[in-house]
Design a protein around this ligand. Structure first.
Ligand SMILES: [Zn+2]
Length: 93
């Protein structure tokens, strides 16, 4: 084993008992830290996400099943609305 210890290659550790949220397998999750951010990846299905400083999951790949976490919409979401052309509203009756 002559693996060079390069800083660009973070140490990936398997998390004992961790269950992959994508394929529900156990002990397939590896975690590593890169640029101060924790990353997870599943060696079975390729699922990968990151953890922000609060420990929230930031998915990097679309999960195969619907996420259980509801997406909270921002209150000031700008919705593009279709306005019917007022000229077409002319009643020709
Ligand atoms: Zn998986």
């Amino acid at each position: 084993m002559n693996e060079p210890n390069q800083p660009a290659q973070p140490v990936k550790r398997f998390i004992a008992g961790a269950v992959c949220p994508a394929c529900s397998r156990m002990d397939t999750i590896r975690m590593y830290q890169q640029d101060g951010v924790m990353h997870r990846e599943c060696v079975e299905c390729g699922f990968a996400d990151s953890l922000d400083e609060r420990g929230n999951s930031i998915p990097r790949e679309l999960p195969t099943r619907v996420s259980a976490k509801p997406v909270t919409k921002p209150a000031s979401s700008h919705v593009a609305q279709f306005f019917p052309n007022p000229r077409l509203k002319k009643k020709d009756s």
